[in-house]
Design a protein around this ligand. Sequence first.
Ligand code: 9MR
Length: 354
Amino acid sequence: MKNLVALIVLLFLSSCASDILRGDRVTLRNAASFPIGTAASYSQLNTDDSIRAIILKEFNSITPENDMKMYSVMPRSNEFRWEVVDSIVAFCARNDMRLFGHALVWHSSTPRWLTEAGHDSVSLSTFLEEYVTAYVSRYKGVVDGWDVVNEAVTDSAGTLRQTFWYNMLGESYIDQAFIAAHEADPNAILFLNDYNIERDTVKMNATIDLINRLKSRGVPISGIGLQMHTRMDIPNEIIAYSLRKAAETGLQVHLSEVDIIFNRHNDRQGEGEQIYNELTSEMAQEQGEKYMNIADMYRGIVPKDQQYGITLWGFNDRTTWIRPFFKLNDWPAIYDDNLQRKPAFYGLLNGVMD
Ligand code: 9MR
């Protein structure tokens, strides 16, 4: 019944011409009782006026899409480059926005100079500790939370991913990263973040097992991030199951990189499978409903004091990572190519409201 009422409201919101609803007064950041974020780049925040204006209007949390990754802050051996991060910090402070740090340790953002530096386990472990300590201390009290370890678990299997970090240090690289981050900023919320765990229950269960092992060793983990790069045909029941598992950990729960596609891919670069060539108005409405369902389930299943927030991995179809990354034409975001609100926007708006 609630769904039916919400759907009617959604259809009404997305079709009605009211200036109040279409205008600036009803925005995501004003409607939600938890932070609403988007991924953004330094250049979008600084040079793209239309994108920056929408970010300021709709969101109160920013995750730098790439600018805080290891390859960005340490492009050359042991040389930190802080300028870009400092500028994003200043942007967030000026505009009263939360800054979320992404990501301290991730196999895909580990620079080649590091993997080819000839480290042994002792020297790599020292590097990891020094890197995390220097980075997190510099932004102590400024970066609210961090994806400390990103994508540590293998797809569809109960194992840890065989990355450079795992192969060199075993599971202890995760412990070391969390411990160093916590020592550098005891108040920062520290996340383990992964993709597909809203739909791949084997992977989700392995993630929960990992979290339990970390906790039993006293590792200071305080959050679980579900990236939620999801798809229209992923059943709500499975997403609800995953949210329940996440909530049961007692940790903060972040929907950290949300977008919703129609087509498919196999998670590998350039390997999209184009099934839908255009976004019909019916598909757009269904996408609105899916955004609403996800936000609704988040509010309904995750206790209030564990709701770290919902972050979109880009808010518009024009600059979405999906198209270049998978070589796929899709429409995953809540604003369209012309930077106008889609039915997806109104669905999300409806879903985040208490
Ligand atoms: O959207 C990001 C894209 O611009 C980068 O090329 C890519 C590699 O750094 O990372 C993308 O963001 C990823 C995020 O950091 C971790 N989760 C998956 C995201 C999409 O691939």
